[in-house]
Design a protein. Structure first.
Length: 436
């Protein structure tokens, strides 16, 4: 489960003295692994003073030591930005940082030299220059920050923001020694930045933002916090399932004020194979009044752990044909605007390892029971040996060996079940094991 204390300008939870007791209580309550995506752990506010990340707040080092000594399942992953530098910091001239910025070309009079202007973006009412990642100075600087955090402060990994999220800028600065105005340099520079960050010592986790194909093999997680609700499909995990790890969703105060919005976002993340969470209101899950949200979170974490063969290592497959049974019940949720999505979320996953399928159905409604009733043709799911082997349909329940098991005759089977509010069903289709 991911949590993100200090996200945006919420600095209260980022204070080590406030955060550590909450993390410990959360772990003691649920007993599942927690990844702490820590913002505002230094003396600067979020989206300011990049790329300065030291000094850290008082108690940061001691907090990490306390957690690592007593709670090995809690992983600390601080935030840094891998792309921007604040134009207001005094170190700008000392580093000659503008020379490493990505620049576009403007037309000027023929008798004058060609003009270059660096790309500038605005966040939190501050101006930032965009660095060209191909420059070795920037690669070395960012990797030195990672080195300090991992080897000095002993964190478990680092989140390097925007490396995977932002589109390449057309850089025309010839002093960077890359192709001018385009080409492969942006991807190559980003990859070298991550490779240097990974090579700074002991094993560590590097994560970044959004489902970025060009860095999949170098990162241990891709934050998908801003995906929409409408028309969302599993194209990415159908291609990169087993190769990439997606995590997180944006959870707002409005989501926690409307139970159905929170549970729907969590259910959708679950069926698409994502690691759950990315809460900065994590203490809400400890509130007795939010027992529905807390119990549902625990339920899906346990089902995810039971289904890792599919949700982490498998491939997302096509939807079941004729899914009208899930389209009539919808709810609204919040992410910059209100959206609609089906209350019943489901997915089909394949494990190439043992020629099996995992089917996951989640009723995200806190109030309504929802019917699941379908016929499934296994010929559409790359199942080998249907003519030679007997296949079984089993229900998998966490902490139990199996809820039921029945043979599948032919290429098709039917299933019908009414799902109670805030419940999950995990079905497995696999070849029947034959005795030696």
């Amino acid at each position: 489960l991911y949590v993100n204390p200090g996200y945006q300008q919420d600095t209260r939870l980022a204070d080590p003295s406030h955060l550590v007791p909450i993390l410990i209580s959360l772990y003691e309550r649920f007993k599942f692994p927690i990844a702490v995506h820590w913002y505002n752990y230094n003396i600067y506010r979020f989206d300011s003073n990049y790329p300065l990340y030291f000094p850290v707040k008082e108690g940061f080092r001691e907090a990490i030591e306390t957690i690592k000594q007593n709670y090995s399942d809690i992983k600390i992953i601080p935030y840094i930005n891998g792309r921007l530098f604040d134009l207001s910091i005094r170190e700008l001239q000392q580093w000659n940082a503008t020379s490493y910025a990505a620049k576009y070309r403007i037309p000027v009079a023929e008798e004058l030299q060609t003009g270059y202007i660096m790309y500038i973006e605005t966040y939190a009412k501050r101006w930032f220059g965009v660095i060209c990642p191909y420059t070795s100075w920037w690669q070395d600087y960012i990797s030195s920050i990672v080195d300090t955090l991992v080897n000095d402060y002993k964190v478990d990994g680092v989140y390097i923001d925007q490396v995977g999220a932002k589109a390449p800028a057309r850089c025309f600065d010839e002093s960077h020694h890359h192709t001018i105005g385009g080409g492969y340099h942006w991807i190559e520079g980003s990859r070298k930045l991550l490779e240097k960050s990974l090579s700074t010592g002991r094993d560590r986790l590097i994560i970044t933002e959004n489902a970025a194909e060009h860095v999949i093999d170098l990162v241990g997680g891709l934050l998908t916090y801003n995906v929409p609700a409408i028309g969302l499909s599993g194209v990415f995990p159908s291609i990169y399932g087993g190769w990439a790890i997606l995590f997180g969703r944006s959870f707002t105060h409005e989501d926690f004020s409307h139970t159905g919005s929170y549970t729907l976002k969590l259910a959708q993340t679950f069926v698409l194979g994502g690691q759950l969470g990315w809460f900065h209101q994590m203490e809400i899950l400890l509130d007795p009044r939010k027992y529905l949200e807390a119990n549902f979170t625990l339920l899906l974490v346990n089902y995810r752990l039971a289904g890792l063969k599919y949700l982490l290592h498998g491939r997302y497959m096509r939807p079941i044909t004729g899914d009208d049974w899930r389209s009539s019940n919808k709810t609204q949720w919040f992410m910059w605007a209100k959206h609609e999505a089906p209350l019943l979320q489901y997915s089909v996953w394949r494990s190439d390892e043992d020629n099996s399928l995992g089917l996951f159905f989640v009723n995200s409604s806190p109030e309504e029971s929802l019917a699941v009733d379908f016929r499934m043709n296994l010929l559409r799911y790359e199942m080998a040996g249907l003519d030679k082997h007997t296949f079984l349909l089993e229900e998998i329940v966490p902490s139990k060996k199996s809820s039921f098991s029945q043979p599948i005759h032919g290429h098709e089977f039917e299933f019908a079940r009414t799902l109670e509010p805030l419940s999950c069903v995990f079905l497995e289709v696999r070849p029947k094991k034959t005795p030696n």
